[in-house]
Design a protein around this ligand. Structure first.
Ligand code: GLU
Length: 465
């Protein structure tokens, strides 16, 4: 049997990071077992499922490198098949026609609530002859669910989960307008797509009990189920806007790398010893569902930042340069010409040592493109005392005669400091302020080399004036 998994988002909005994690686990599980990973767009809610929303999800999956092995299946194109299966269930007696009017259903609900019972369909058409149908009512098709015994889900994450069948009412599988209900469509599609493992959020657990009854009614083989605990906020409540970013796009905008987000989402609720940092290949090799915890995972934003920092340092410098250049243009209107690009690329190894996100990295690189006079942070301005301005003038004449490579610059600055009876930092700090407008940058030798002699001397002269 080839393992086949699927991610099945409803395109009603952004891809939530809980969804991204489900997609990741589906992909890793299928890859680990040499199987296939599919995508089904569950666009049955025609009003909320827009093409734009679908595109947003496809883009987010692509960004995370979680695109499926085959083109996506669109659930809305399969309605005739959903109806066909509902008719087969009807013909075999596993489903029946129900002619209740909206009015009757409302009364049923109100009565149940008044009597303190859960509002469930009372099965009044279960054994009634359709010949008794009132005129003008289009029937729905309801599942004839077993009323005794229990339904058990043997879940790969949650273990054996059971419910008394008396708790489940006869759900609608086909509406009176001939459209399938969502619960029914999912089963038909999973069966037809030959899905062997349904890996999804545990908010779907209650659906699974009812869905099993459709498989049983049709005599279909059951897939294995794995219900993943949801992601909670740091305070233990269900993750929401109030805690921070919830959509993949927001994380992207905040400057997280896709490999870092995947790494973090993998570690959230799945463990492999103390290993924190895993690339995709290692994740595929190590991932299996038995490492998934049963308890809800708590989002830890500072850990995500930490992991992102690790991935930034591992990332290719040309790629980071491209990202930073785009962000500098978008966020600051600073456009990089060839000189500016070269400055950023030269300093990238030093810049990325200090950044946690692409946003940080962009901020720290902005001085390389800023026209003079630079805006100065208060702390940097405070370093430009009359005394340090004098030092800057002296340093400038040394630098004018130094080769602009980090080792030569480092040697020249050390010799200057020693001759002047100062510590290197006493020279480097005002110099850094002059060059960057701030008190933080990579090593002063690298910073000087990245700016180049002409630009560096111009900045020093301005600051010393
Ligand atoms: N479309 C459902 C959702 O977005 C997922 C259904 C499933 O995975 O079975 O929550």
């Amino acid at each position: 049997m080839t393992v086949r998994t699927r991610f099945a988002p409803s395109p009603t909005g952004q891809l939530h990071i809980g969804g991204a994690r489900a997609a990741l686990f589906n992909l890793l599980f299928s890859r680990h077992h040499g199987g296939e990973y599919l995508l089904r767009i569950e666009d049955t809610d025609r009003e909320r499922s827009t093409a734009a929303n679908t595109q947003v999800i496809l883009d987010a999956l692509d960004w995370l490198d979680l695109s499926p092995d085959m083109p996506p299946v669109f659930q809305s194109t399969r309605q005739a098949r959903h109806a066909e299966v509902a008719q087969q269930m009807l013909a075999s007696g596993h489903a029946y026609l129900c002619f209740c009017t909206a009015e009757e259903l409302r009364e049923m609900r109100e009565r149940a609530m008044a009597e303190g019972r859960p509002p469930r369909y009372d099965g009044r058409w279960r054994d009634r002859d359709p010949a008794e149908a009132p005129p003008g009512v289009n029937p729905v098709i309801r599942l004839r669910a077993p009323q005794e015994g229990e339904t058990v889900v043997d879940d790969l994450v949650q273990g054996s989960v059971r419910v008394a069948n008396s708790e489940l009412d006869d759900m609608i599988i086909l509406r009176s307008d001939g459209t399938p209900t969502y619960l029914h469509a999912v089963v038909v599609d999973d069966h037809d797509m030959a899905i062997t493992h349904v890996i999804r959020g545990d908010d779907h657990m209650t659906n699974t009990f009812r869905q099993l009854q459709i498989y049983q009614g049709m005599g279909w083989d059951l897939p294995r189920f794995a219900h993943l605990p949801l992601i909670h906020g740091p305070d233990g409540a269900k993750l929401s806007k109030r805690h921070g970013a919830v959509s993949v796009l927001e994380y992207r905008e905040q400057g997280f790398l896709p490999e870092a987000l995947c790494n973090y989402l993998l570690r959230l609720g799945w463990g492999h010893g103390d290993t924190e940092v895993l690339d995709r290949e290692e994740a595929i090799r190590l991932f299996d569902l038995d490492g998934v915890g049963k308890a809800a995972a708590r989002m830890d934003f500072s850990k995500l930042q930490h992991i992102n920092g690790v991935w930034l340092r591992r990332a290719d410098d040309d790629r980071l340069t491209r990202e930073v250049i785009q962000r500098l243009a978008a966020a600051h209107g600073l456009h990089a010409d060839a000189t500016g690009t070269a400055r950023i690329r030269t300093l990238m190894p030093g810049l990325k040592e200090r950044a946690k996100t692409l946003a940080d990295l962009t901020e720290s690189a902005a001085f390389l493109l800023r026209p003079t006079p630079l805006p100065f942070e208060a702390k940097a301005l405070a370093l430009l005392t009359p005394e340090s301005k004098e030092t800057l003038r002296q340093v400038a004449s040394v630098l004018a005669a130094t080769d602009f490579t980090p080792p030569a610059l480092d040697t020249a600055l050390r010799q200057f400091a020693e001759a002047a009876g100062r510590k290197l930092g006493q020279v480097a700090q005002p110099l850094r302020a002059a060059l960057t407008g701030s008190t933080m940058s990579p090593g002063i030798d690298e910073t000087l080399a990245a700016l180049g002699r002409e630009e560096a001397l111009a900045r020093i002269a301005l600051a010393a004036a």
